[in-house]
Design a binder for this molecule. Structure first.
Ligand code: NDP
Ligand code: MG
Length: 376
C-alpha cells in the first residue's frame, strides 16, 4: 500500500532532508502535499519535481509568484496559514510531517491530530506550548504521534526494549553547541556567525541558535515529558560532543539502551515515515572505529542557564511553556537582526518567566494570549 505524505515546511532543513529520504524509499511513499513560506523558487522546483496534488504557501504575499511559477502544473495552490490546516486534514493523506519552524506549526499540527492522522513531529515548539492539549487530542482522536527530533526518535527506539512501567530514566544527549568550551564572557558577546556555526549538525537558523544557547535542549526536555508521558524528574541531560549516541533509556534493572548513528537527520525522519518497519535508505553508516572515543559530561548550568530553566518550566506546565517558547522565538529573532547581545537571549527569557502572571490550568486561547504577551 502506497503511503501518501504531506510535508509542512518542505523548503526547510528537515523538509528538504525528508524529500531526499522519500526519493530513496521508492514508489511505496508518495509526496501528496508540500508547503513553504518565503522560499518560493525552491517550493516551485519541488512542485515540478514531486508533482504533489496540492501545495500551499503560508505567507499569502507570495501566492501570486508561486501561482505564476507553477502555471501549467497539475497542482492546486493555496495560501495563508489556513491552507496548512486544510492540507493537514486532507482525506487522502496518511502521514503529516510537521517541519515548520516555531509556533506557526501549532494550528496545522493540532488539525492533523484532530483528524486522527499519523503525525511525524519535527516541529517541537507547539508541544512545548500546548503539549497537554496535543496529547489529549491525539488520545481522543486516535492520532499516532511519531517523533522526528533525533533525541526523541532515539528514546522512542530504545523504549521498545521494555514496558512503560519498567523505565527508570530518559537521558537526552546534547552536543553542547558551538560554545561548549567558551567562557562566560565569550558566550555573552558571541557573534551571529559563530552562533550559527554548529559543530555537528546542519540545521535551520532558529534551531541552530537554540543549540548555541542550549535552549534547544530545554525545549526538548519539555517535548520529551509530553511525547513519552514522563515526569521531568525522570529526565536527565548529558553533554555528548560527538553526537553519536542520540539519547538513552535506563530501565529499572539498571540496563541502559542507547541509540547510535552518525549525526544526520535522514535516519530519524525515515524511521518516522516507515515505522514500524525499518528499510534500507540513504542514512550514513556508523563506523565507531573511525570515531574512537565517545565522551559524556553533565551540562554546565551556570554557562547555560537555559537548561535549568527548561527543567523548571517542565515542572510548572500551565502558561510557563508558552511564555518560555515565545520569549525565545522573539529573542532569537532580535539577536539575528543584530539588535541584542547573544547573552541577552536567555536573560530576556528568564525575566519574561519571572514577570508573567502564571496560570496552571489553561485553554488553548489562554496559551496564545500568554504567547503574545511574552513576544511583546
Ligand atoms: P528551517 O528554518 O530550515 O525551515 C522552516 C520551514 O518552515 C521552511 O519550510 C519555512 O519556509 C517554513 N516556515 C517559516 N516560517 C513559517 C511560518 N510562519 N508559517 C509556516 N511555515 C513557515 O527549520 P528546520 O527545518 O531546521 O526546523 C523545522 C522544525 O524542526 C523546527 O521546529 C526545529 O526545531 C525542528 N527540528 C529541526 C532539526 C534539524 O535538523 N533542522 C532537528 C530536530 C528538530 P521558507 O523556507 O519557504 O520560508
Ligand atoms: Mg534534537
Amino acid at each position: 500500500m502506497t503511503k501518501t505524505i504531506a510535508i509542512l515546511g518542505s523548503t526547510g532543513s528537515i523538509g528538504t532532508s525528508a524529500l531526499k529520504v522519500i526519493d530513496a524509499l521508492g514508489s511505496d511513499y508518495r509526496v501528496a502535499a508540500l508547503t513553504g513560506h518565503n522560499n518560493i523558487d525552491l517550493l516551485a522546483e519541488q512542485i515540478r519535481r514531486y508533482k504533489p496534488q496540492v501545495a500551499a504557501v503560508s505567507n499569502p504575499d507570495n501566492y501570486r509568484r508561486l501561482a505564476d511559477l507553477v502555471k501549467g502544473q497539475n497542482v492546486i495552490v493555496s495560501a495563508g496559514p489556513q491552507a496548512l490546516e486544510d492540507i493537514a486534514v486532507m482525506a487522502d493523506i496518511d502521514i503529516v510531517l510537521t517541519a515548520v519552524v516555531g509556533l506557526a506549526g501549532l494550528s496545522p499540527t493540532l488539525a492533523a491530530i484532530k483528524a486522527g492522522k499519523t503525525v511525524a513531529v519535527a516541529n517541537k515548539e507547539p508541544f512545548v506550548v500546548a503539549g497537554k492539549i496535543m496529547m489529549e487530542a491525539a488520545e481522543k482522536n486516535g492520532a499516532t504521534i511519531l517523533p522526528v527530533d533525533s533525541e526523541h526518535s532515539a528514546v522512542f527506539q530504545c523504549l521498545h526494549s521494555g514496558n512503560a512501567g519498567e523505565v527508570a530514566r530518559l537521558v537526552l544527549t546534547a552536543s553542547g553547541g558551538p560554545f561548549r568550551c567558551a567562557n562566560e564572557r565569550e558566550i555573552e558577546n558571541a557573534a551571529i556567525e559563530d552562533a550559527l556555526s554548529h559543530p555537528t549538525w546542519n540545521m535551520g537558523k532558529k534551531i541552530t541558535i537554540d543549540s548555541a544557547t542550549m535552549m534547544n535542549k530545554a525545549l526538548e526536555v519539555i517535548e520529551a515529558c509530553w511525547l513519552f508521558d514522563m515526569p521531568v524528574e525522570k529526565i536527565d541531560v548529558l553533554v555528548h560532543p560527538e553526537s553519536i549516541v542520540h539519547s538513552m533509556v535506563e530501565f529499572v534493572d539498571g540496563s541502559v539502551i542507547a541509540q547510535m548513528s552518525p549525526p544526520d537527520m535522514t535516519l530519524p525522519i525515515q524511521y518516522a515515515l516507515t515505522y514500524p518497519r525499518r528499510l534500507a535508505g540513504i542514512s550514513p553508516r556508523l563506523k565507531l572505529e573511525d570515531i574512537g572515543m565517545l565522551s559524556f559530561a553533565k551540562p554546565d548550568l551556570l554557562k547555560f542557564p537555559a537548561v535549568r530553566l527548561g527543567f523548571e518550566v517542565a515542572k510548572l506546565n500551565g502558561t510557563a511553556g508558552a511564555v518560555f517558547n515565545a520569549a525565545n522565538e522573539a529573542a532569537v529573532e532580535e539577536f539575528l537582526r543584530g539588535r541584542i547581545r547573544f547573552g541577552s537571549i536567555v536573560r530576556l527569557i528568564e525575566s519574561c518567566l519571572e514577570k508573567h502572571d502564571f496560570r496552571a490550568d489553561v485553554s488553548l486561547e489562554e496559551l496564545l494570549v500568554a504567547d503574545e504577551w511574552a513576544r511583546q
